[in-house]
Design a protein around this ligand. Structure first.
Ligand code: BGC
Length: 811
């Protein structure tokens, strides 16, 4: 069952039924000011940091779900309704939500009145626009009463939800002209305020929530809206809001447009005040003036579209398969940009207060957006490396507002350092900018302890070498990529965090996954060293990689697949000897990507075991058999009910590792079959089961042991986005940036006849036409660039500014 459809020409998903199985959201904002918005106008806004600078309030896990947003109410002679159906929920004569690239349009029709609200954040602006267009399609004159509504958050979203003894007394606002200013705490340590204004004279307003809504009412029936009359309330403490009231008179066929602007301002300390207790509004007024007509808003919207044209123009595919094309060309790239901006902080599953930016997550996310915004990728790499320690370890997360690392969610995750090699090499391959390696980067955010970025990479590499266990495999530390495989935790106390607790000291638990990861990114490190002439460094590093391969073959192989780990006691994890959790996906992914034991048949055996034991109709589960009881020596992984999350759920992030493994083995059929299973567009027809948005990847789809196999959760903010994009573009379609040119190495289903990829790379546009006359899965017979036959499969760097036709024949 579907709740809408893709409009690929407009790059929109169009929702036609407001009652989706879960709120289907979109993100507004591309730089510092962000908003989340659901298909019924729920959600919130924040400036840079969803925890510390939350502008509007949102109550997670509320009943009814998804209440609170930037709402509009129309009172049409006593009939009250909202353009996005909620919060009033009056049945609409028609409803449509168009989620596009950083904007959303909600349109409702009721009794001949059409109301369309466009929500977006203009480029270079710390404000959200809500452009409301109301049209009278009837033959009568209409007198409507329009109310806006936003509820302010008192900045720190966590404190806002918990510290009521203080917060109910601190709220302050100012009202001037058609603008409502939120200035709580401005007179003390804050230099920022928020505002919500409209480009029309007001007939009234409200700023106190209880006066507007009424204590026993809710958002669906605020007393002021029902009465059709504002109270002109001024908030003193309690819960400040912003509601504008406008009388709207429309002749038959007439439309009126109103531009609402919800913005954020910072003032210099000495310019905070206009007069005693009156905030300096100059910057807010400047911002409002930039958008005081619908024309100006249309122009800003055009700029936003052009911005996205540019971002999505770097790579696009024409394959003849609409699902594949729209995922690659539109939605997957869009999601990668959102994950770049949000990391794992703010979605409808991440409350914005729980997590900052993760070290491993952000490094991996980079492979999904580096081609679009290389300069910001560079800055991100620098920020991440600055949270690293001299020994190569890293803070597991940092706060975007301060960019400082913290160990609130633990430290000593021994996979962390290696992801920095992935992000750095991906950046250099894309841009050719080796100068990043010479950049002086602090350790532990301390500028006096700066070393070159290359030294950071070296520290990452040797962090693994210096932390080996009894089998010469990497020590796992708190956990590796799998946050829930906590082999040194041993927790009996439900109030302990599995990630920050270590009840047994001196553990020697080892991770075969990190071993595979080390071989893959260790080799990347070696290649990089050779590129920059550090041959001795490369030779030395190679010895450690060879030793690791040997250790995996000797101690990491279980006969039919790679082991997952050795636990605290030195017992095997992920072995046929185990009763539950005999096989895990992560080590199969990394060791096959590394090609460890390829000649000996290990790669094929491992991948076939995955197919046989882990594959399902909805994707590949993480482990099998699922854990059915708590294993204190394994930690959080065994706490989840079977089939969910890290306990045998389809944890989508790791599925691409198997797909890439299949491409190493040359099996394009299987790689693509796995890719299709996860891709939301392919799953659109089962939206009622899938439940979350059909246009973005989810972190998890319930596995075969779950109560509802196929039901997805945690949409949007997942490493799945970048890994799926990386896999389809670089390993299946096979267009891969490399230091010295663009490498062509497709691995596709045998029945594909061919496809075309347009790729901008280092200032050159390549239109690459791939033909597969012999129906092979891998292998290239010839490559011609503008007609000239080429040797090898790396198109060398060409003079920038030109466009080339590349004809590739597989065979
Ligand atoms: C975390 C990742 C982790 C994954 C698997 C995600 O929620 O953000 O860092 O690798 O879970 O445990």
């Amino acid at each position: 069952m579907k709740y809408g459809y893709f409009d690929d020409a407009k790059r929109e998903y169009v929702i036609t039924d407001p009652q989706t199985p879960w709120p289907w959201i979109n993100y507004l904002g591309t730089e510092k000011f962000f908003g989340l918005i659901s298909n019924t106008a729920g959600g919130y806004t924040f400036y840079r940091d969803a925890k510390f600078r939350r502008l509007t309030r949102y109550r997670y896990n509320n009943v009814p779900l998804d209440m609170g947003g930037r709402y509009f109410y129309i009172n049409d002679e006593g009939t009250v309704w909202s353009p996005g159906w909620k919060p009033v929920k009056t049945p609409l004569d028609s409803y449509e939500c168009r989620h596009g690239m950083s904007y959303t349009v909600l349109t409702g029709l009721k009794n001949g009145i059409e109301a369309e609200v466009l929500y977006f954040v203009p480029l270079g602006t710390n404000a959200e626009i809500h452009k409301v267009k109301i049209t009278n399609t009837t033959k009568m004159n209409k007198h409507l009463r329009l109310f806006s509504f936003a509820e302010w958050c008192l900045w720190n979203a966590e404190d806002d939800m918990t510290n009521f003894q203080r917060n109910f007394s601190t709220g302050e606002v100012e009202i001037e002209g058609s603008v409502i200013y939120h200035k709580t705490e401005y007179k003390e340590r804050r230099n920022h305020y928020a505002f919500y204004g409209v480009n029309a004279p007001l007939q009234g307003y409200d700023t106190d929530r209880d006066s507007f809504v009424g204590l026993s009412n809710d958002y669906s029936n605020p007393q002021v809206v029902t009465a059709g009359k504002p109270k002109n309330s001024v908030a003193h403490g309690w819960s400040p809001i912003a509601s504008h009231f406008l009388d709207v008179d429309l002749n038959p066929g007439e439309s009126k447009e109103f531009v609402f602007v919800l913005g954020y301002i910072e003032n210099e300390e000495e310019k905070k005040w206009e007069s005693k207790n009156v905030i300096n509004k100059q910057k807010a007024k400047e911002c409002l003036a930039r958008f005081d007509t619908a024309e100006k808003v249309r122009k800003a919207m055009e700029d936003l579209r052009t911005y996205w044209d540019g971002l999505l123009d770097v790579i696009s595919v024409k394959s003849g398969d609409e699902h594949l094309d729209r995922m690659v060309n539109i939605w997957n790239q869009y999601q990668c940009m959102v994950t770049f901006n949000m990391s794992r902080s703010a979605s409808f599953f991440e409350s914005g207060i729980g997590r900052g930016m993760g070290f491993r997550d952000s490094n991996q996310d980079l492979i999904g957006f580096v081609h679009q915004i290389p300069a910001r990728a560079r800055e991100r790499i620098y920020d991440l490396a600055a949270t690293q320690f001299e020994d190569g370890g890293a803070y597991h997360q940092f706060q975007p507002l301060t960019k400082r690392g913290n160990d609130a969610v633990g430290g000593n995750f021994n996979d962390d350092p290696l992801w920095l090699i992935l992000s750095t090499t991906a950046y250099i391959k894309e841009t050719g900018d080796f100068s990043l390696l010479d950049e002086q980067v602090p350790f532990d955010n301390d500028a006096s302890r700066s070393r070159s970025h290359f030294e950071h990479l070296k520290a990452s590499f040797y962090h693994v070498v210096n932390n080996l266990g009894p089998h010469k495999l990497p020590l796992i530390g708190r956990a590796d990529w799998n946050d829930c495989l906590n082999l040194n935790c041993f927790s009996k106390d439900p109030n302990e965090s599995f990630q920050t607790t270590e009840n047994k000291r001196g553990g020697t638990a080892e991770s075969v996954m990190i071993a595979g990861l080390f071989v893959v990114y260790g080799r990347e490190f070696v290649t990089l060293c050779r590129q920059i002439g550090k041959t001795d460094e490369a030779l030395e590093a190679q010895k450690h990689i060879d030793a690791m391969e040997k250790a995996v073959k000797e101690h990491g192989w279980d006969g039919e697949w790679y082991l997952r780990a050795y636990d605290y006691y030195g017992h095997k994890v992920g072995s046929k000897e185990n009763e539950e959790g005999k096989i895990f996906i992560e080590s199969q992914g990394w060791c096959t990507m590394a090609g460890i034991g390829l000649k000996e048949g290990m790669v094929t055996k491992s991948l076939d075991s995955v197919k046989q034991r882990l594959d399902t109709e909805h994707g590949i589960v993480l482990n099998n058999p699922a854990f059915t009881k708590y294993y204190i020596e394994y930690g959080e992984i065994s706490t989840y009910p079977a089939g969910y999350k890290e306990n045998a759920g389809i944890f989508c992030h790791n599925n691409p590792w198997i797909m890439i493994g299949e491409t190493v083995r040359g099996r394009g059929d299987r790689a693509y079959e796995y890719w299709k299973k996860l891709s939301p567009s392919f799953r659109e027809n089962i939206s009622d089961l899938h439940k979350v948005e059909p246009y973005v990847y989810a972190q998890m789809i319930a596995g075969k042991d779950a109560f509802r196999p196929g039901e997805a959760k945690n949409s949007w903010l997942s490493g799945t986005a970048s890994w799926m994009f990386y896999t389809i573009t670089q390993f299946i379609l096979g267009i891969r940036p490399s230091y010295n040119g663009l490498e062509i190495d497709p691995c596709i289903p045998a029945d594909w006849k061919g496809y075309t990829v347009s790729r901008k790379f280092r200032g050159v546009t390549y239109v690459i036409n791939i033909k597969n006359p012999d129906h092979v899965m891998k292998g290239i017979r010839s490559i011609r660039v503008d007609g000239a036959l080429m040797e090898g499969n790396i198109i060398p760097l060409m003079p920038a500014g030109k466009s080339y036709n590349v004809e590739v024949v597989m065979g």
